[in-house]
Design a protein around this ligand. Structure first.
Ligand code: GUN
Length: 292
């Protein structure tokens, strides 16, 4: 069993990005600039956004965090988005999800200019991704592709089972693994809450991507010997032995599943770190106008 080391690969990619930023600045360009909007103070969302801002600093990007109160109206949020859309000093921006329930997520994502949508959530970018046209790829699926590629894991002709059909991970991941591309060219099964006999599906998988958000859901008896297992879960689970009062659990029961795997991502230290790095890559692409 070999670990897909998100910590190592994300450090490598950050060093590559930092080098490119130095080159841009030496050539007289300004640093890439990412803005993030956070509405409310959900603990996990705050942690993610802070880590995005910190990563910007590490690679020499400029970053702006717009932190709005939980009772911000949809109209106010749309106003901020409109400003970022036209602010030429900002290359790309994200609105951290989930949003408070009084705000319509679809309206918000539709308001982001596709050329600044470095999360790749706007329907234009989703459609372009599906058709294999140049687009911003959503950060978590992009990070998973990067891990598979850097570890030279063969995907063509493999059976990939994805658990979870979220718009952020499972759905785009299914399109990307089925694309005529490398990594890609898989036969994909997208499983969700209505799937019958999930275990029958996962036992057929050469590659399993667990993205359902249920701690330690995938057990050893659901995994074929030699499978590649990618764990997207990041759930806070109460743990009184920790100073914070919680620990981070993945969707995979790592201790029992890992001995059966050819490759597996740890949690933490796997996909989560790659997500942030992908966002930096997309922001660099935006600054260089590589896609639009
Ligand atoms: N919430 C969970 N993952 C993400 C992500 O990749 N982008 C945004 N904007 N919100 C998220």
């Amino acid at each position: 069993m070999q670990l897909l080391d998100g910590k190592k690969i994300s450090s490598l990619i950050k060093a590559e990005i930092a080098e490119e930023v130095r080159f841009m600045r030496q050539s007289g360009h300004r640093a890439p600039h990412l803005a993030a909007i956070l509405v409310g103070s959900d603990g996990a969302s705050q942690t993610y956004v802070n880590s995005k801002v910190k990563s910007c600093e590490e690679v020499g990007f400029q970053s702006t965090l717009i932190h709005l109160p939980a009772d911000t109206s949809e109209a106010e949020l749309l106003h901020h988005i409109g400003q970022l859309n036209t602010d030429t000093s900002v290359d790309g921006f994200i609105v951290q999800l989930p949003l408070p329930s009084h705000i319509d997520e679809h309206n918000v994502l539709m308001a982001i200019a596709p050329e600044k949508d470095v999360d790749g959530f706007h329907p234009s970018n989703v459609g372009r991704m599906a058709l294999n046209l140049p687009s911003y790829l959503p950060a978590t699926p992009k990070g998973i592709l990067e891990l598979l590629q850097r570890y030279e894991i063969e995907t063509a002709g493999k059976h990939c089972v994805i658990i979870g059909r979220s718009h952020i991970v499972g759905l785009p991941m299914s399109l990307l693994m089925a694309r005529k591309a490398t990594p890609g060219n898989c036969t994909v099964t997208l499983c969700h809450s209505h799937t019958r006999n999930l275990k029958e599906e996962t036992l057929r998988a050469d590659i399993i991507i667990a993205a359902l958000g249920k701690p330690e859901f995938l057990k050893a008896d659901m995994v074929k010997e030699g499978a590649v297992v990618v764990d997207v879960g990041i759930t806070r689970v109460a743990d009184s032995s920790k100073k914070s009062g919680y620990r981070i659990a993945g969707d995979v029961a790592f201790a029992e599943v890992s001995p059966k795997c050819s490759y597996i991502t740890p949690v933490p230290g796997g996909v989560g770190l790659m997500t942030v790095t992908s966002l930096l890559q997309n922001t660099l692409s935006a600054a260089k106008k590589e896609i639009y």
